[in-house]
Every structure is written in structure tokens, then in C-alpha cells.
Write a protein that binds this ligand. Structure first.
Ligand code: AQP
Length: 347
């Protein structure tokens, strides 16, 4: 291992983030990720967004469903406000630089780092031996997704914080091992009132697209009646809403619904608590349902319209992939060079 040589290098602000097309997107994905993605784009920052289909296959995906879910994910991005001209929008498998750098990072990351990932422990459970090797290595491919663009900021939900810390560790170890200052040490961007939207059936579990209970989540494809019914049936406690944010402590379901209301309305949790102090859930839930329907229905309607033309979605993803590849490939070539690999093939 050579001595670290820190050459001063600054990295221009560049955002990267992704979502797995491993199911229909949920309100959690929308508030924790998609909504933030649009805000970053609208701030005028360079933004690169990806449907991470190579991550999705770390657990079995039925091929036709995966294709459908990838298009549906792309439709959700666009319907939520991602402009494929201003942002780069594509699916991961069309830019092979991700997996090439992912392999290199498999040789940088340590087994111990991976086995400490709580998402691995949660997903593998007691049956780790039967999981795919890809599920274990997932965070190293995620680091490659980000670093192949030398992205500096990554908007994500709270659940991805540990994976981003690992991405920082990989960048630092790579830079130290090779005596370069090649990769930036990325900053997680975890902002907003709903960075961790919880299940509607259990306020201690994350709302997730792979939860077996459809009642646990609001899907971006749910219609107004379904959204209202799910919120009406959401688990709560018998108390009225408190008059202070501290009063939500130890009330996970109440805190979750209030946080969702705050994120959807663009207000702080404190303002929502103030406005509904003393209200029963019989009053609060219909207000929340109205707000959720008003926010999500235009997105669902636009998604359905876009899904009528799958060829156009595929075209957008292909064009995005070409633009992404043009950024990623030169970075990857430099990595091969740093590693000492001969690159004499004519291209
Ligand atoms: N409940 C959530 N609250 C806030 N943010 C969330 N995100 C996911 N769930 C919530 C954020 O959405 C982005 C994309 O996540 P992902 O699809 O790549 O994977 P995930 O975090 O594992 O999401 P799911 O829904 O739980 O997927 P499955 O069930 O397939 O594992 C990330 O930024 C994530 O933080």
C-alpha cells in the first residue's frame, strides 16, 4: 500500500440518487426520496437519478414484472416533477460502469463492514445462508452508483444513512490505498419532516414496498378511495393529538401520521401539532386523507397517462443512459488506470 498523497481537488456539487424498481413506489419513497429529488433539480443543481434494477435483482424478480416496475418507476419520477431534460434519468443496467466499479469496490470494502449493515441483517434475518451474494454486496454497488459520477450529495431517506457512511469509508479507503484524492467523500442529504415514513399498521416498522401487507403502505398507484380507506384504517392510539411535539414521544403511530401531514403540507411538525392540538383521530384522519389525495392524485393520473406509452418511457431511459454513460465512462477509465490495468483495446 502506498503512502497517501493528498492532492488538493475540489469536487463540483453533483447529486445522485436511485430507487429500486422492486415493487410499486410508496408514499415513503415519495416523501423520503422523490419529492426531495425534484426539489434538488429545481434548485438548479446537476441531478442524476436512476432506477437501480441491478439492486432489485438481489432478491428474485419476475422478469416481466421487473420491466413493468422499472417503467412505472420512471413514470413516477416524471409525474412527480423530474424533467428528463434537466435531470439525467435512466435505469442502472444500461450503464455498465456501475457494475464495473461495483466489482472494484468489492475488492476495497471489507467483509466486516458489510456484515454490520442493519439492512442486510434485517433482510437476511436468520436465513443469511440462503440469501444471494448480491444482497450482501449491495452497499458496495450502491457506493459505485454514486462515486462513478463523483457525486457529492445524495438525497435519501433515513434508512439509507448507514449505506452512505459505508460509501464514505470506501471512498476514503480507495483514496488512501492508491495515494490519490480521486473520489469525493459524499454527504447524505436527509431532510424534511418525513425522512422515515412508517407502516400504517405498525408505527415502529418502516413503510416498505416489499411489506406483505398492502394495508401497511400507500402506493403511488392507489386511487383516492384506496388512500382514504387506508388512512381511515391506519393504526392509532386512543388519545387525542397532543399540544406539543414532545407529546408525540412514545406514540409512534400518531407521530407518523403527523409527520406525513407535515411533509405533504410543507409545514413543520410543530405547526401541525399546534393546528390539531386536542383533535381526535376522527377529525385528523379525514384531513390527512384529503391532503394525501390532493397531493397524490395528480401524480397517479399523470403516471397512468405516461404508462400508456411504454416505448416513450424506454426512449427517455435510453437517452438518459447515454448521457449518464458519457459522465461515468471517463471516470471509470481513470480508475482502471489508477489500479494499474492495461487499457490498450481500441474503442
Ligand atoms: N419509509 C420510507 N420513508 C422515507 N424514505 C424511504 N425510502 C424508502 N422507504 C422509505 C427512501 O426511498 C429511496 C429508495 O429506496 P429503495 O427503493 O431503493 O429501497 P428501500 O429503502 O429498501 O425501500 P423499500 O420501499 O423498503 O424497498 P424494498 O421493500 O424493496 O426494500 C431511498 O432513498 C430510501 O431511503
Amino acid at each position: 500500500m502506498s503512502e497517501p498523497v493528498q492532492t488538493p481537488q475540489t469536487f463540483p456539487t453533483r447529486i445522485f440518487s436511485g430507487i429500486q424498481p422492486s415493487g410499486g413506489l410508496t408514499l415513503g419513497n415519495y416523501l423520503g426520496a422523490l419529492k426531495r429529488f425534484v426539489e434538488k433539480q429545481d434548485e438548479g443543481i446537476e441531478t442524476i437519478y436512476c432506477l437501480v434494477d441491478m439492486h432489485a435483482i438481489t432478491v428474485w424478480q419476475e422478469p416481466e414484472k421487473l420491466r413493468q416496475q422499472t417503467r412505472e418507476g420512471a413514470a413516477a419520477f416524471i409525474a412527480a416533477g423530474i424533467d428528463p431534460k434537466r435531470s439525467i434519468l435512466f435505469n442502472q443496467s444500461q450503464v455498465s460502469a456501475h457494475v464495473e466499479l461495483g466489482w472494484i469496490f468489492n475488492c476495497v470494502a471489507r467483509m466486516g463492514w458489510m456484515s454490520r449493515m442493519t439492512q442486510w441483517k434485517d433482510k437476511a434475518g436468520k436465513n443469511a445462508e440462503a440469501q444471494s451474494l448480491g444482497l450482501f454486496a449491495y452497499p458496495s454497488l450502491m457506493a459505485a452508483d454514486i462515486l462513478v459520477y463523483k457525486a457529492t450529495h445524495v438525497p435519501v431517506g433515513e434508512d439509507q444513512k448507514q449505506h452512505l457512511e459505508l460509501c464514505r469509508d470506501i471512498a476514503i479507503k480507495f483514496n488512501n490505498d492508491y495515494g490519490v484524492n480521486f473520489f469525493p467523500v459524499v454527504e447524505p442529504v436527509i431532510e424534511g419532516a418525513a425522512t422515515r415514513v412508517m407502516s400504517l399498521r405498525d408505527g415502529t416498522r418502516k413503510m416498505s414496498k416489499s411489506d406483505p401487507s398492502d394495508q401497511s403502505r400507500i402506493n403511488l398507484t392507489d386511487n383516492a378511495d384506496m388512500i382514504a380507506a387506508k388512512i381511515r384504517k391506519a393504526k392509532t392510539d386512543p388519545l387525542p393529538l397532543p399540544d406539543s411535539v414532545e407529546g408525540l414521544k412514545d406514540r409512534p403511530e400518531a407521530r407518523n401520521l403527523v409527520s406525513i401531514y407535515a411533509a405533504l403540507s410543507g409545514h413543520s411538525v410543530a405547526k401541525v401539532v399546534h393546528d390539531f392540538a386536542g383533535a381526535q383521530f376522527g377529525t385528523f384522519k379525514p384531513a390527512l386523507a384529503d391532503l394525501a389525495v390532493a397531493t397524490l392524485t395528480p401524480i397517479t393520473t399523470e403516471m397512468n397517462r405516461l404508462m400508456q406509452d411504454p416505448a416513450e418511457i424506454d426512449r427517455i431511459l435510453g437517452e438518459g443512459a447515454e448521457r449518464a454513460d458519457a459522465l461515468a465512462r471517463p471516470n471509470l477509465e481513470q480508475v482502471y488506470d489508477i489500479l494499474g490495468m492495461i487499457r490498450s483495446r481500441r474503442r
